[in-house]
Ligand binder design. Structure first.
Ligand SMILES: [Zn+2]
Length: 392
């Protein structure tokens, strides 16, 4: 199994090869430059030896030593600093890149390169205010403009500055950078709408929601928020209609939607609605999972959906007992369902109800943006229990 040192060694070999190429490529020098080149080469070899001997501080000392800096020396420092950053040795990376930035007489292009590398170090370390200062300087013009704007956008997501995030999307669009996906932009409006809802500013929440819907039509989050806004105003029928639509198109959301449906759908219509949702295997699984996860759900019609699901699964039928009671044996059946429900509830460990499809991050509540990898719309009901093939 490769160790951390293996990765470092591989990184260094790559670096050596890349820099060897650079040295070779610029091999024809004026006489004045030849001395500078020779000293840069000697410095590189010395610093590289320290890295191989696992003497990183000595390597930093050699690479950041004063004296004139040519293009290759700059590339070396940027690359070695990046290597430190990837290894989590942020202080060393910062020393390397700060040293470059502090040097007088380097070109504008070199300064921007060093500034971006240093900003990346601060960003990796979670020092967002310091990273932001540097990205703001790079935002104005130059090679790193778009990359800096994208990093600023990421910082806004972490600090929940959604207004500013929307402005940055506009700026990216104006300067012709690769645009932000509409689904992501619509989330920013949804975040603002949720903030307005928390402050009981329903008009503002509705206005922001309309903007989100216009940007990303059919967005599940918008339907959920529209239902919640209607429920806040006592419009149970409007809310129930929004929630029912989510149950139809996104049954994996039933863990969040079923409790809302049970609060807003009149008892007289519940049986028919659950019957409709459970016509598909995904709908039945979604309701079964919601009933297992939330032990507060006590509506017989919802619990009976779990009963139907158990009947279809041999493993769960075994868990329920030798013979799973038929619907006619109401009390016995209810007791058998509850036994399975409690056993599966224990299996669904606390804090693992949701999982990111991209990075595997677990969370206890629904997240529109994964806290682990920051991707949008990748966190869903952790489905290892009931959603993939056979249960458990
Ligand atoms: Zn993730």
């Amino acid at each position: 199994m490769p160790t951390e040192s293996t990765f470092l060694f591989a990184g260094l070999l790559f670096l050596a090869a890349a820099l060897g190429y650079v040295f070779a490529r610029y091999g024809d020098f004026e006489e004045d430059d030849a001395e500078l080149r020779e000293s840069a080469r000697a410095n590189f070899v010395k610093g590289f030896r320290h890295l191989l001997n696992e003497e990183p501080d000595a390597a930093v000392e050699v690479f950041t030593r004063g004296g004139e800096l040519n293009e290759e020396g700059l590339e070396t420092q940027i690359a070695v600093g990046g290597l430190f950053r990837r290894r989590g040795e942020i202080e060393r990376a910062i020393r390397m890149h700060q040293n470059l930035l502090d040097r007088p007489g380097i070109s504008r292009h070199q300064r921007e390169k060093a500034r971006f590398a240093l900003a990346e170090d601060f960003f990796s370390a979670g020092l967002f205010d310091r990273a932001e200062d540097l990205y703001l300087q790079l935002r104005e013009a130059g090679e790193y403009r778009i990359a800096a704007l994208r990093r600023l956008l990421r910082i806004c997501e972490v600090t929940a500055e959604w207004d500013r995030a929307i402005d940055l999307c506009g700026e990216l669009l104006r300067i012709g950078g690769d645009t932000v996906p509409p689904a992501q932009l619509a989330h920013y409006y949804c975040e603002l709408a949720e903030e307005a809802r928390k402050q009981s500013d329903r008009d503002e929440a509705g206005r922001l929601l309309e903007q989100a819907e216009a940007i990303d039509p059919g967005k599940v989050r918008c339907a959920l928020l529209r239902g919640d806004l209607a429920a806040d105003q006592g419009q149970a029928a409007v809310a129930a209609s929004a929630y029912a639509e989510i149950a139809r198109v996104a049954p994996a959301m039933l863990g969040d939607v079923l409790p809302r449906l049970l609060r807003t759908v009149p008892a007289s219509g519940l049986g028919a609605l659950l019957g409709e949702i459970t016509r598909t295997p995904e709908g039945l699984r979604g309701i079964a999972l919601a009933v297992i996860r939330d032990l507060r759900i006590s509506e017989p019609a919802a619990i009976e959906c779990l009963g139907r699901f158990i009947e279809q699964q041999p493993i769960l039928r075994d868990l329920a007992g030798a013979e799973f009671p038929a619907p006619a044996a109401t009390d016995l059946r209810r007791q058998a369902i509850e036994r399975v429900r409690k056993a599966l509830h224990q299996l669904a460990r606390a804090g693992t109800n949701y999982q990111c499809a991209d990075c595997g991050y677990y969370s206890s509540a629904l997240q529109w943006q994964c806290p682990g990898c920051r991707a949008w719309d990748t966190v869903g009901a952790a489905d290892r229990l009931l959603f993939k093939g056979s249960p458990v």
